[in-house]
Write a protein of this length. Structure first.
Length: 541
């Protein structure tokens, strides 16, 4: 017998002496689970491409669901939103009819953005501006470049806050040069620039170009975050125009304080027109900055219209001038274009930084656009309702927001739902849009407050004109139309008529304010109240 046969014989005898143990139920189940896991992994990799296991690159899909626009595109193949927005807003605008071009010539190099300045000037149709010239000078620049007279020295020793306060005081009520001699000198030094600004305000168009650097730098909701109204206003890029409007109003108040009402109104109405134009500046920052200017000018107009010497002809002329001013852009329109595009640009930047990733950026863009569409189509939605639907997962689609990863796995493998990379993209979209919700509603509330004040200003002038013509105030606001107003404006909060009641010695006129509750004309000066109104002939903002 060979050695191999002997070994086999010994193995058979050992097997008969020690028979194998029968498999236990636990071992059988562990074996089945191992087979199931193996088949699952094989199925996921072969059938679904293993996109949730492997890092893969995404190719940007141009289209209405992802990038909204497909052309023009930049050198990297991404949509050029700046070019698209500027092309739409500059259509039919000629340089000689553009208020913005005239204002840049008045303001000088200070109005030109530091980044993209050549493109900005080229879009306006004007050449390079000389470094030195007879440009507008703000309070700070004025004290540095002017010969030091007594008044200018007085202006120069003040802090920046004190100088700003002096200018604000000069815009709020009629005054004389002996009250603010330093401000009077500042206005005299800028007399030519103010005259040119008053002339420019009569032009029919306003096109302020947006630059790529400005879009990337900020001034929109996706970079400002929660309750950042002041940051948005400062990032509006048009602060020099706001200074110019303040100068026009201060000079109007000076003329009124000196008894020259006929000379005051042209400056005041020019400031009003420029403020309305400023609201059409790019991004939410421009809308807020224009609203701030309009609120300031509105106070002056309401104060001046209460003057007993206001004639019927003058009142009608003021109403006609206000009626043809630049229409106020809707906040939702700004959200739909400027803010949406700025948000998508941030996603493109993340896509460029991560060439290989587990996030499906195309799906992320789709989800972001679904959110913007949802919010734009609900202009009167209140923040609490939005946050509740956000928390309940009913935000994007009727069946709800995409579920977490574990449920996404079930939907993908059993229900043929989104892949893991798509699920990650949807969750990333939800996380990024969180930053916009509170900021948007805060901006919308601020803009509606300014819109309400603007409507109140129009009604105050109409009521003053009606009294000058009839000898008393009307019993109801509807009596102002059509003789003085083509239509009586509505309160922008409940979209119903403003509250108005005639009194023995005047009237009470107010908006119900952001809380949408009628507080009887009581303003924010009283705790828990936020009506915005005019009592008798005195403003109570």
């Amino acid at each position: 017998m060979s050695s191999a046969d002997a070994n086999d014989d010994r193995g058979r005898r050992r097997s008969r002496a020690h028979p194998a143990d029968p498999p236990t139920p636990l071992r059988r189940w562990l074996k089945r689970i191992a087979w199931a896991v193996g088949l699952f992994l094989l199925y996921a990799i072969l059938v679904h491409g293993g996109d949730w296991l492997l890092r893969t690159s995404s190719r940007l899909e141009l289209g209405p669901e992802t990038t909204v626009i497909s052309a023009p595109v930049d050198a990297d193949g991404f949509p050029d939103y700046v070019a698209a927005l500027n092309a739409a807003r500059s259509a039919g605008v000629k340089p000689e009819q553009n208020v913005a071009a005239a204002l840049v010539r008045i303001l000088g190099p200070a109005a030109v953005p530091q980044g993209g300045g050549e493109y900005f000037l080229r879009e306006l149709g004007i050449g390079p501006l000389p470094a030195a010239g007879d440009y507008w000078r703000g309070p700070g620049e004025f004290i540095q470049t002017s010969p030091q007279t007594t008044a200018e020295r007085q202006f120069s020793v003040r802090t920046e806050d004190a100088r700003d306060k002096a200018v604000r005081e000069a815009t709020r009520r009629p005054w004389t040069e002996d009250m603010h001699p330093d401000v009077g000198q500042w206005l005299k030094a800028n007399a030519a620039a103010l005259d040119q600004a008053r002339k420019a305000s009569a032009l029919p168009s306003f096109y302020w170009p947006l630059t790529a650097e400005a879009m990337a730098a900020g001034g929109h909701l996706s970079t400002a975050g929660i309750a950042a109204i002041d940051e948005l206003i400062e990032a509006g890029g048009t602060s020099a125009i706001l200074e110019l409007i303040e100068g026009l109003q201060a000079r109007a108040m000076l003329e009124a304080g000196s008894g020259r009402l006929d000379s005051a109104w042209p400056d005041l109405l020019a400031a009003y027109r420029l403020a309305r134009f400023l609201q059409a500046a790019p991004r939410m920052g421009g809308r807020l900055q224009g609203g701030k200017a309009l609120s300031m000018v509105g106070k002056g107009i309401r104060l001046m219209s209460a003057h007993p010497d206001l004639s019927v002809e003058q009142g009608r002329r003021i109403l006609a001038d206000m009626a043809i001013a630049q229409p106020t852009p809707e906040v939702n329109d700004i959200l739909d274009q400027d803010e949406r595009y700025a948000f998508l640009v941030m996603t493109f930047q993340a896509m460029q930084l991560q060439k290989n990733h587990v996030v499906d950026f195309n799906e992320m863009l789709r989800e972001q656009n679904r959110w913007f569409n949802w919010l734009v189509n609900r202009p009167n939605q209140v923040p609490e309702e939005v946050k509740k639907q956000w928390a309940d997962g009913t935000f994007y689609t009727p069946e709800g927001l995409r579920r977490p990863v574990v449920r996404a796995l079930y939907r993908r493998l059993i229900l043929r739902g989104p892949t893991f990379r798509q699920a990650y993209g949807q969750m990333a979209a939800r996380e990024t849009t969180t930053y916009v919700i509170d900021a948007f509603f805060e901006c919308r509330k601020t803009c509606r407050v300014e819109d309400a004040k603007d409507c109140l200003t129009l009604l105050v002038v109409a009521l003053a004109t009606y009294k000058a013509e009839k000898g008393n105030y009307p019993d109801k606001l509807e009596d102002l139309s059509p003789a003085l107003l083509s239509a009586v404006p509505e309160d922008p909060f409940p979209h119903r008529p403003f509250r108005y009641s005639r009194m023995i010695d005047g009237y009470l006129l107010y908006s119900v304010g952001p809380n949408m509750r009628d507080d009887g004309g009581k303003t924010v000066r009283e705790i828990g109240k936020d009506d915005i109104g005019v009592r008798l002939l005195a403003t109570e903002d």
